[in-house]
Design a protein around this ligand. Structure first.
Ligand SMILES: [Zn+2]
Length: 132
């Protein structure tokens, strides 16, 4: 019994599948930004460099999946300022209330490296009605 606990606990372990913001790739040859691609979409180079984005983007196309069902959800195309567009799941509002031009950010500041990218609205609809 030393009274000093130096054993790393599971709580302190870094989650390998999560990271702050988004990691995207930039082509070393032509500088094109892409996301979750193995090859550059412009020059097909596989020489991609990982870069960090804060994950804040803007909805450029909003679509509701499974409308009229219990599992209805929003899947929107989101444009990120770094120069890539990706289909993401949008939460924080009813699926049909997500509009083109809405600003979104990673839920809890994090996204999973694998699986779907889940973003939440920065300005949930209804807040504007506050002033009315
Ligand atoms: Zn390229």
């Amino acid at each position: 019994m030393t009274g000093i606990d130096v054993e790393p606990t599971a709580h302190d372990a870094v989650e390998p599948c999560s990271t702050e913001g988004l990691v995207y790739q930039v082509c070393r040859w032509c500088g094109t930004a892409s996301f979750r691609k193995l090859l550059c979409p412009v020059c097909a180079s596989s020489d991609l460099e990982s870069e960090q984005s804060d994950g804040h983007g803007v909805v450029v196309r909003s679509s509701v999946v499974n409308r009229y069902s219990r599992v209805m959800r929003n899947e929107s195309l989101v444009r990120f300022p770094e120069g890539f567009v990706y289909r993401c799941r949008i939460v924080g509002a009813a699926p049909h209330l997500v509009s083109v031009g809405d600003r979104v950010r990673p839920v809890g500041g994090k996204t999973s490296e694998a699986g779907e990218v889940v973003l939440e609205l920065c300005d949930p609809p209804g807040m504007a009605d506050w002033y009315a």
